[in-house]
Design a protein around this ligand. Structure first.
Ligand code: ARE
Ligand code: CA
Length: 686
């Protein structure tokens, strides 16, 4: 139709260059139905001022209009106005087409197209396939570095070594260790590379006594339990206890400097091995808070009096680190309580505003790991928006952080953990992108399962609601500038939420119990396969949470941190991931192409990824019935008579990569049917 033909976006086909620099001359393009426009105007932020666009080419069905602008350093904000021969006016922005009778409509600037001259993200990160590893649970490559029972005491009890790799995580997960480590990751690099993974994202790896390591004890070193421990730990502990008269309370006390050095060296080996394979690595930067046993705080007094250590902030008001934290009363330095993140005393909030020294230390830590011999490729920033006490300060901090990081490596990636509207941070001067909950994990979860990502409640209004799915996606994606969208971390599951496969359990009813039996029963692998199809064909950086691809299940924290099921993987799900990732990597249109919804109704969606000569059509049937799809693929630029072949079809039972002809475009339409709980990727280019 005239309306559905109208199209523009921020890909290089419609904005060139799509990421302009200051001073660049930029061509902006709009597609309309052939002969449907009298005049086309490019409207800038000031909605009364416009630039006439000129028809630069036509084909059988469309006219293409263009206008050029030269940009300065300011953000450019634009949308389109089409005047039809019959006098009607149509407005077009990221929310789609709207009748615009008054010429100056009451429009929402949030949906305007925008770019910030000079805002670039690393090319390698755009659309890259990533893999998130929670190191204690991925693979135990070296049992000699495992935490041993009672090795140290932490929060509610002694450390516990879980010898049974397949045992389920319990409520005391924080001090339960399965023994996963860097050697295990190194051992599995062939597996990950064969899967098609391009980037590893590791949850925290620096010294810490918990299994998750978000409570950092020492940002300067890799935890020896992930690295190298040469001592006989039982012997060391006995000797320690004999000497001190009580059991050790803390890891660093019983491991030597030599172990730290060797552990750092093993991490360097991992980084080098990844780089040798053309892969990248990003680390979790937990800079909002540290652990209470960090030498800066030393709540437990473990560094107190130790040679070479200054007193921690908890130990003395004269501590050089006192200003690193916020104490509720200045007292004698021992009694006062300090501010903890969300009230956790194990996670003292770092107080950047009052401490330029702390800012400098943290910038240096960020630089250290980006530099040789490690040369990590970027940071994932924990709780990034809460870092300072004032938003204003936060912005300044992250601006400097970006400058410092990019000075070490202009191709380093900065991805923040962020819930909610990220617009203020994705301004080209702070973060590159975010972990994409709003514009990926949530809408996909709601549409396909109706579940919430981390609690066993439902969004019945959004379940099976195809038009709500595209509506929410368009709304939330419009908050990202194009560079940020291209490297948004698109996850189905992670260490803070349930695993997607477990959410599909919705099909038979509410999950009431934690653990394997109940959570594993009633899962719908067909729905999971649909989700992976969407993930691997959606704009952004699809990120697989370790073991999801092997069919692991699990409810939210701590159950979402079950080990990788080596030896009893779901091979068909691994194959599906490998095939979809390979497809994504062989058809660049799946990374950089335009996206356009083609169909949305109860339980079904279809969309196209396309550029001037390649098209992929993705269709998802999330209902229990066989249904017909009639898709107006002309809107994705498909010419009459074009042949579409199957790349990958998923079903409840598995998937196939058949190369079979699935349809020929007739009157602009492609027709086919899909079985229950299935999805398909079609293309004109295979
Ligand atoms: C541990 C236990 C929990 C237990 C808690 C209290 O595992 O079961 O409830 O202790 O005893 C880390 C560990 C967690 C640990 C936590 C505290 O990984 O296992 O919990 O430290 O010790 C919000 C924050 C977001 C945060 C999530 C978890 O906004 O920043 O909650 N995510 C990061 C990391 C976490 C990490 C921390 C922060 C702390 O990714 O792994 O936890 O360093 C909504 C809200 C969000 C909320 C989200 C998830 O969508 O909008 O604000 O995120 O739900 O709950
Ligand atoms: Ca180990």
């Amino acid at each position: 139709s005239i309306l559905s033909a109208v199209f523009s976006d921020e890909s290089p086909d419609y904005r060139f260059p799509s990421e302009p620099d200051c001073g660049d001359s930029v061509r902006i393009r709009l597609r309309v139905a052939k002969d449907s426009a009298e005049r086309v105007i490019l409207l800038f932020e000031s909605i009364t001022v416009g630039t006439m666009m000129y028809k630069i080419k036509s084909d059988d069905f469309f006219d293409y209009y263009e206008a050029g602008i030269i940009c300065n350093e300011n953000e450019v904000i634009y949308r389109f106005l089409i005047e039809c021969p019959d006098g009607t006016k149509i407005a077009f922005d990221k929310s789609g087409v709207r009748a615009d009778e008054h010429h100056v409509p009451d429009y929402n600037p949030a949906y305007a197209f925008r770019f910030i001259p000079g805002f670039h993200v690393p090319d390698w990160a755009k659309g890259a396939v990533q893999y998130q590893i929670f190191p204690d649970r991925f693979c135990n490559g070296d049992p000699s570095n495992d935490v041993v029972d009672n090795e140290y005491y932490y929060t509610v009890g002694h450390s516990k070594h879980i010898a049974d790799w397949d045992a389920l995580p319990g409520d005391t997960d924080i001090r339960c260790f399965y023994g996963g480590d860097l050697q295990g990751i190194i051992d599995k690099l062939d597996y990950l590379q064969d899967l098609g993974i391009e980037v590893l994202y590791l949850n925290p790896v620096f010294v810490s006594p918990s299994s998750h390591k978000y409570d950092c004890q020492d940002y300067e070193h890799i935890d020896p339990h992930f690295g190298v421990i040469t001592d006989d730990m039982d012997h060391v502990m006995q000797a320690w206890e004999k000497h001190n008269g009580y059991a050790p309370k803390y890891i660093r006390r019983v491991t030597s400097e030599e172990n730290l050095e060797k552990s750092d060296a093993l991490f360097a080996t991992l980084c080098q091995e990844l780089h040798r394979r053309g892969m990248k690595i990003i680390l979790d930067g937990v800079f909002n808070h540290c652990g209470s046993f960090n030498k800066w705080m030393d709540h437990e007094g473990i560094y107190l009096g130790k040679a070479g250590f200054q007193p921690g902030a908890y130990q003395s008001i004269h501590s050089p680190y006192r200003s690193y934290f916020h104490f509720n009363d200045s007292g004698n330095g021992r009694t006062p309580m300090y501010e903890g993140w969300w009230g956790y005393s194990t996670l003292p909030k770092l107080n950047y505003e009052d401490s330029p020294d702390l800012c400098e230390e943290v910038y240096k830590i960020a630089e250290k790991w980006l530099s040789p011999p490690y040369c990590i490729d970027g940071w994932r920033l924990d709780v990034a928006a809460d870092l300072g006490h004032s938003t204003e300060f936060n912005h300044k901090f992250w601006q400097t952080f970006r400058d410092r990081v990019k000075a070490v490596n202009p191709n380093a990636l900065i991805v923040a953990e962020h819930y909610g509207d990220p617009t203020a941070w994705l301004n080209g001067r702070e973060w590159d992108s975010i972990m994409n909950y709003d514009a990926f994990m949530e809408p996909v979860t709601w549409f396909l399962t109706g579940m919430e990502k981390h609690s066993d409640s439902y969004r019945d209004d959004l379940y099976q609601n195809g038009s709500a799915f595209f509506g929410i996606m368009a709304d939330k994606m419009s908050r990202f500038k194009y560079p940020s969208l291209m490297c948004a971390m698109n996850e189905l599951s992670n260490h803070d939420h349930s695993r997607f496969l477990t959410r599909t359990n919705r099909m038979i009813g509410r999950i009431t119990t934690l653990g394997s039996g109940a959570a594993a029963a009633g899962i719908n692998k067909g729905v999971f396969r649909e989700a992976v199809t969407i993930q691997m064909t959606w704009p952004g950086a699809p990120t697989v949470y370790y073991a999801d691809e092997a069919g692991q299940v699990g409810w939210t924290d701590p159950d979402n941190r079950r080990t990788y099921p080596w030896g009893h993987e779901d091979q068909s799900l691994i194959d599906l991931h490998r095939d979809l990732i390979r497809l994504r990597r062989t058809l660049p249109v799946l990374k950089t192409g335009s996206i356009k919804p083609l169909l949305a109704d109860y339980g079904r969606i279809a969309y196209a990824r396309f550029n001037s000569d390649t098209r992929c059509i993705i269709a998802v049937n999330n209902t229990g019935n066989l249904t017909d799809f009639r898709l107006h693929v002309r809107d994705a630029g498909a010419p009459e008579g074009e042949t579409f072949r199957c790349c990958i079809q998923t079903t409840q039972d598995g998937h196939l990569a058949s190369n079979e002809v699935w349809g020929i475009v007739t009157d602009g339409v492609l027709t086919f049917n899909l079985p229950p709980f299935s999805s398909i990727v079609l293309s004109n280019a295979v």
